[in-house]
Design a protein around this ligand. Structure first.
Ligand code: 3H9
Length: 695
């Protein structure tokens, strides 16, 4: 045992370089220095006749250490290390298992032959984190496998299975075995002359100007707003020239990517997905969940049931009336058929998956299930009645969950004699597709039940985010606040379409009015009515336009009209009646009319979102800023390259956010209030990223 991440073993004529840097053998500084020093040492010794590099643990090198990105680079730089590998006088081979990604795959490309072990996947996922392959991937891969395949790998970021890698000449052999055993065998073959080695850098890339031009044209349509993909094409194009020039060019592009906020945003998104699992209850043993009951066969209940069935959990679906139950079963059937079409479920497993669904009208049939998820409409009295019944029906220790998206889970729990078993599991529609699961912890929830929620999220391949109880939890509470800013801008004179277009240009998949039309404007209408008596008397009413649309029966897409008109489900233009509706609403509101630029719209909308997100952190509803980011990235279509609302907030800075809020507050001091946490951050020069590190 040694604490060095890179060690040399000598076995006769063979030298093995072993990389052991858990969890994924990333090339942090010590690994980079270790590889370079090992190659130099072995060449200086001149004894070994073949060198094999292999990794300990679950995978070959999975890439550069992303945690070092954005910090000052500590030498040696990875391209230098790999040039040392390629120029080694002694042949070097790479024995790759698990996932050889990014800088890991590039280590393979720089070696003189590559041996894949069964199950290997190789990839260049750098674009997913806002950079390009920066240690020769754009130069060495095209020399081995051609420009089109390189563009495919480096732009999709996909993991290429070993068989496909072999077919494209990316690996030389695919064998079974333990990495160290294979390293010894294959190094011996190099010495015996039965395994041929060569320097990738000595090969030439076949020019393919057509592939380059077509890809550029495609990217202009699909990724105009992204920085890194375009740099990939530029760098790959350079691979037809001299190697050293290509490498220099690649490095410059890589460093340019490192400087962009997109890189910071995408890396925040990568870590957000993982950071949310770090909860106070993570050491608790989850309760075992082998069967699930779902109450309610509407869109949410059916989606939740589908999600559980796809994860191999048997589901008992309860409805109050036969027609509702039939509709639920029909929706689940359609969802599962869709999953077969999309390749998420095999034909062979379809029948068994459907057979794991037990529809029933009797709630008593939930007596033996391990987990019940209630997904009926949002009415506290109805939910209390259901939980009261579940208390008498369910076996001791069963987890009782509500899919409520706003309501007080403490109150729901109090309807039972076992509040410790009650939790909120807030799914997002469509529940079998959307990755977010808010796990709402009530006052008396047993920590083991919280851990069970997170274990379930993992099993359903969802991202569980811990939230405390408040109206709307993390996501809907913040949404309820910032969506008003969009409505206010429309009342002030912006058109709904301008608001949508400006926010879509910022990166949202859909602007708020289009989202409203898609989700159904009647949902917000019902909510506004529900909350009417709690609305502060000095609050500017945001629902004037939506209410008027709803009063006309225009709920959005499902009724063919909302903010926009839809024909065969396609938007054909703004609702022509909007002119009159806006005039009337603006007159009732009484605010002076004004023009907004697209930038004003983005600034106000994002500042409103950040303000409430900051308060959610301040109130302890979310554990850390990065939990809020995860909610928005995985449940609300927040542009991934912006990293989440609070990651984006750091690009603006607390002082500027305060300046904006105070300026907006001149018009509406009730809506625009500076969160205390921003004041503290501004005073101390802190950021939300600092809070992530502390928390
Ligand atoms: C690059 O290589 C640039 C070069 O071209 C040029 C450089 C000059 N760094 O995902 P998991 C952590 S860019 C640091 O849960 P899995 C991860 O945060 C890089 N840490 O496991 C987690 O930590 P924790 C290109 C990393 O089995 C733990 O490892 N490479 C890195 O589900 C386990 O991860 C990539 O983009 C990293 N590179 O999946 C690969 N990777 O336990 C990114 C992981 O504290 N990584 N961690 O939460 C992956 O896709 C997946 O992690 C992988 C394993 C498939 C490897």
């Amino acid at each position: 045992m040694t604490d060095q991440p890179v060690t040399i073993e000598r076995e006769g004529d063979i030298a093995l370089i072993r990389i052991d840097n858990p969890p994924v053998n990333a090339t942090g500084q010590a690994v980079r220095a270790g590889i370079k020093a090992s190659i130099e040492e072995l060449n200086a010794e001149g004894k070994a006749r073949a060198i094999a590099i292999y990794c300990a643990g679950r995978t070959f090198v999975a890439g550069a250490d992303i945690r070092e990105f954005g910090k000052p680079m500590q030498p040696p730089a990875l391209p230098d290390v790999y040039n040392t590998v390629e120029s080694s006088e002694i042949p070097v081979i790479a024995i790759m298992h698990g996932t050889a990604l990014g800088g890991g795959f590039e280590l393979g490309l720089s070696s003189h032959a590559r041996i894949g072990l069964t199950g290997l996947r190789v990839g260049l996922p750098e674009v997913n984190i806002g950079v390009i392959p920066g240690a020769s991937g754009t130069q060495r891969l095209p020399r081995l496998a051609g420009i089109p395949f390189t563009l495919d790998m480096a732009l999709s970021g996909r993991m290429v299975p070993a068989a496909e890698a072999l077919e494209h000449g990316v690996i030389d052999q695919l064998v079974d075995g333990d990495p160290r055993d294979v390293a010894l065998t294959k190094a011996q073959e190099v010495i015996d002359g039965t395994l041929v080695t060569r320097r990738t850098g000595a090969l030439e890339t076949t020019p393919d100007p057509e592939a380059i031009a077509t890809t550029r044209a495609k990217l202009e349509k699909t990724a105009a707003h992204l920085f890194a993909p375009h740099r990939v094409v530029d760098a790959v194009e350079k691979s037809t020239g001299p190697m050293d020039e290509g490498l220099k060019f690649e490095r410059a592009q890589f460093m340019a990517c490192m400087d962009t906020p997109q890189r910071a945003g995408l890396i925040n998104a990568f870590f957000a997905e993982r950071a949310v699992a770090n909860i106070p209850e993570k050491k608790e043993t989850p309760r075992e969940i082998a069967s699930v009951g779902v109450i309610g066969g509407g869109t949410m209940g059916s989606g939740i049931a589908t999600s559980c069935l796809l994860a191999g959990l048997p589901v008992t679906l309860v409805e109050v009336a036969q027609d509702g139950l039939d509709r639920g079963v029909a929706t689940i059937t359609k969802n599962l058929q869709g999953a077969v079409k999309r390749g998420k479920l095999s034909e062979a497993k379809y029948d068994a998956t459907m057979a794991a669904l037990t529809p029933t009208l009797a709630m008593e049939d939930l007596a033996e299930v391990d987990l019940v998820i209630e997904a009926v409409f949002e009415n506290m009295d109805v939910k209390k009645e259901i939980f009261g019944k579940l208390d008498t029906i369910c076996k001791p220790g069963a987890v009782l969950a509500s899919n409520t998206s706003y309501l007080n889970v403490d109150e729901i729990a109090a309807a039972t004699g076992r509040p410790q078993d009650v939790i909120g599991l807030h799914f997002f529609s469509p529940a079998h597709v959307m990755r977010l699961l808010e796990i709402v912890v009530a006052d008396k929830t047993d920590p083991a039940v919280v851990a069970t929620g997170f274990a379930l999220a993992k099993r359903l391949k969802k991202i569980g985010v811990r939230a405390e109880v408040c109206d709307g939890f993390i996501g809907n509470r913040i949404l309820a606040h910032y969506s008003k800013s969009a409505s206010y801008m429309v009342l002030d004179g912006a058109s709904p379409q301008q608001v949508d277009d400006a926010l879509e240009a910022f990166g949202f998949a859909m602007g708020p009015n289009r989202v409203g039309d898609l989700a159904g404007l009647d949902i917000g209408w019902a909510n506004r009515k529900r909350m009417a008596d709690q609305r502060p008397s000095n609050e500017r009413y945001a629902g004037l336009v939506s209410d008027a649309l709803c009063e006309n029966g225009w709920y959005g897409r499902k009724t063919g009209k909302g903010f926009y008109v839809y024909e065969d489900g396609r938007e054909t233009g703004p609702n022509p009646a909007l002119g009159d509706i806006l005039e009337d609403a603006r007159a009732k509101d009484g605010a002076p009319q004004r023009d907004y630029t697209d930038q004003d719209i983005v600034d106000r909308y994002m500042t409103a979102m950040i303000s409430e997100a900051a308060r959610v952190v301040e109130d302890g509803i979310a554990l850390r800023p990065i939990d809020v980011d995860a909610v928005f990235l995985f449940g609300y279509g927040f542009p991934r390259f912006r990293g989440g609302p609070l990651c984006y907030a750091d690009t603006i800075g607390a002082a500027e956010l305060i300046r904006r809020i105070e300026a907006y507050a001149q018009e509406d001091a009730q809506y625009w209030q500076v969160p205390e946490i921003l004041r503290r951050m501004a005073a101390e020069g802190g950021t939300f990223a600092d809070l992530n590190r502390e928390g």
